[in-house]
Design a protein around this ligand. Structure first.
Ligand SMILES: *Cc1c(COP(=O)(O)O)cnc(C)c1O
Length: 367
């Protein structure tokens, strides 16, 4: 079987470094929010080209805390609206509704699968306070057109970078393109911990100060609580693992690009729609997503022939039971994508031979 993502083999590459890091933490006697977290925050902020990074418990919390902090800062209030792509992973939308804000779903561009900038303006109302952009599958959303809207209407730009560590737009890294960004380091992401972890990046010092308190019970100073905060801290063990893995991230991105190049240059089945890289974009291929009208049949055929695939995502968020209030929305592009997308195996440890086997099978598929 060619696995979709062989995480064990990915982490095996760094086994010795990870064990050294774990030993350091075990022996340190300090396990939550300490030197390792500070070290990782500094290194990841530098990597993204921003002033600040704050480690939190996971990617969903990173997004929740950004919006929550804007509420504490008086920039947003209950019932305000946040624009978000309709075809995202549900976490982006949960972060909005969790804060008592209203998600306004906008269709993606059917070529890049990211928010279609031309459709945003007609959704802007007096209550619109932010655009939550999701750099889906590892490609950054086209920023120029969005930036002009943001200036015109005074909106905040929040980036969901859970799939885009290291991705670039015009040479600028994801996480540095808006007012604040949320990252996930869930094990399967391009920069993955060995457990749950997340981070916020921003160059806004006030936002940093508020989130720093919010993640720790709303407190800057022990037993003095400024906000009704939460417990969303990054632990020293995960931070130490992330420092190891950050050092190898760029190399892993290059390995992913080699697999993507093989797929893009060699898959020639006319019924398969390949992903496109938009101008000025450096894609990091968190996922290699193709489309086919008979997607389920293609997935079954690949599985029967020893290739594991995954669907990102089978059901649109507005069709989920959790969001019954959104079920009447008419979002044909998103629904079409949810019916047609299929993610082929890609990872930094995938061999060229395996990629070529996948190519051969895909090219041999007849619907
Ligand atoms: C994974 C993911 C998240 C959530 O990250 P967690 O660390 O699992 O909470 C949010 N948004 C997107 C687009 C994701 O892919």
């Amino acid at each position: 079987m060619i696995p979709f993502l062989d995480l064990k083999s990915v982490n095996q590459l760094y086994r010795d470094e990870l064990i050294t890091a774990a030993t350091r933490i075990i022996d340190s006697g300090w396990y939550i929010l300490g030197q390792e977290v500070e070290g990782f925050e500094k290194e990841f902020a530098e990597y993204c080209g921003v002033e600040h990074c704050l480690g939190v418990a996971n990617g969903l919390d990173a997004l929740i805390l950004i919006l929550r902090a804007y509420k504490e800062m008086g920039i947003m209030e209950d019932g305000d609206e946040v624009i978000v792509p309709a075809n995202t992973y549900i976490a982006s939308i949960l972060a909005i509704s969790e804060n008592g804000l209203k998600p306004v779903l906008v269709e993606p561009d059917p070529v890049t699968y990211n928010l279609d900038p031309t459709l945003i303006e007609k959704h802007i109302t007096d209550k619109t306070k932010a655009i939550l952009m999701v750099h889906l599958y590892g490609q950054v959303t086209a920023m120029d057109e969005i930036n002009s809207l943001v200036q015109k209407y005074g909106l905040k730009i929040i980036e969901d970078c859970a799939q885009a560590h290291g991705a670039q737009y015009k040479g600028q890294k994801a996480g540095s393109l808006g007012d604040a960004a949320g990252f996930s380091f869930y094990p399967g992401k391009n920069l993955g911990a060995l457990g749950d972890a997340g981070a916020v990046t921003t160059s806004d010092p006030e936002l940093v100060s508020v989130i720093k308190a919010l993640r720790n019970y709303g407190s800057h100073e022990k037993y003095k609580n400024l906000y009704k905060g939460v417990n969303s801290r990054l632990d020293e063990m995960q931070a130490a693992f992330l420092r190891v893995k950050l050092r190898h991230l760029d190399k892993e991105i290059l390995a992913r690009r080699q697999i993507a190049d093989i797929y893009r240059s060699s898959i020639s089945n006319p019924e398969v729609i390949l992903p496109e890289v938009a101008d000025e974009n450096a894609h990091v291929w968190h996922l290699f997503v193709v489309r086919h009208r008979q997607r389920d049949k293609l997935a079954r055929y690949l599985n029967e022939n020893g290739v594991q695939t995954v669907i990102h995502y089978p059901l649109a968020p507005h069709k989920q039971d959790a969001y019954k209030e959104l079920s009447c929305l008419d979002l044909p592009v998103s629904e079409m994508l949810h019916n047609e997308v299929l993610s082929l195996p890609i990872s930094p440890v995938m061999s060229k031979e395996d990629a070529l086997k996948v190519v051969e099978l895909v090219n041999g598929f007849k619907s």
